[in-house]
Design a protein around this ligand. Structure first.
Ligand code: 1GP
Length: 231
């Protein structure tokens, strides 16, 4: 059930700026993953998003747009996940783009389909970190972000974004200990089922991205690895 997003454990994130053949896409959509998320950092165009949406829609898996820019927003997704980057130094990525989007699409928005993700960028070498002009943070900072997200902002999701590199399980555990109502998403550098299980012990949802394009079989193995772990 689509409404069960709070029980999701595993998501495949597809980058509209990368190519994937039909066979690979079918195996991902039928892998027992809980959702396919379409999102990327740069080069995300409406054409590519629409194309991928239409192809994922052949399958019953829920499909989420993680909004990265205004022109590529389109109807037809089950959910729209809206990042707000908490450690950016440019408030464009925290609130300004959101205001622009509401001004442009306000009347068309089905608000119950929108979920905000409190993002913390944790890999300074990643495109996402640099693109959003984020600043480096300590573990203490991240724990404070978690408290803020849960108790003051009441966001549905907190996203620990290690994009491209495997993160620190101890930090993920500490953040997890702070959150009761906010769902914790971990993403970054998962290349094996062992890494997927390790993060699944602490994060509610594990996102698997790049390895899809590098080693599809390894990517597919992460689904079961995550789902068999009790959190
Ligand atoms: C990226 O968090 C996701 O936004 C997944 O990271 O591509 O490193 O798997 P990877």
């Amino acid at each position: 059930m689509i409404e069960d997003y709070q029980n999701w454990r595993h998501i495949f994130k597809l980058d509209p700026n990368k190519t994937i053949d039909d066979e690979a896409l079918e195996s991902l959509c039928e892998s027992d993953t809980d959702a396919v998320m379409i999102g990327g950092t740069d080069g995300v165009t409406l054409d590519d998003v629409l194309n991928l949406l239409a192809r994922v829609r052949r399958y019953s898996v829920p499909c989420v747009l993680e909004v990265s820019n205004l022109p590529s927003i389109t109807p037809g997704f089950d959910f729209y996940f809206i990042p707000t980057v908490l450690n950016t130094q440019d408030k464009k990525w925290m609130i300004d783009l959101h205001i622009d989007a509401v001004k442009e699409y306000g009347d068309l928005i089905e608000w119950e389909e929108l979920m905000m993700e409190g993002y913390v960028m944790l890999n300074p070498d990643s495109k996402a970190f640099q693109y959003t002009n984020s600043k480096e943070v300590t573990t203490e900072d991240v724990v404070a972000y978690a408290q803020l997200i849960e108790h003051l902002m009441h966001l549905p999701f907190m996203y620990l974004e290690y994009s491209g590199t495997y993160g620190d399980p101890e930090l993920v555990k500490q953040v997890s200990d702070e959150l009761n109502n906010t769902t914790l998403i971990y993403g970054g550098g998962i290349r094996s089922k062992e890494q997927a299980s390790e993060m699944a012990a602490y994060a509610d949802v594990v996102v698997v991205g790049d390895v899809i394009y590098e080693d599809l079989k390894a990517a597919l193995r992460t689904v079961h690895a995550v789902k068999k772990v009790e959190k």
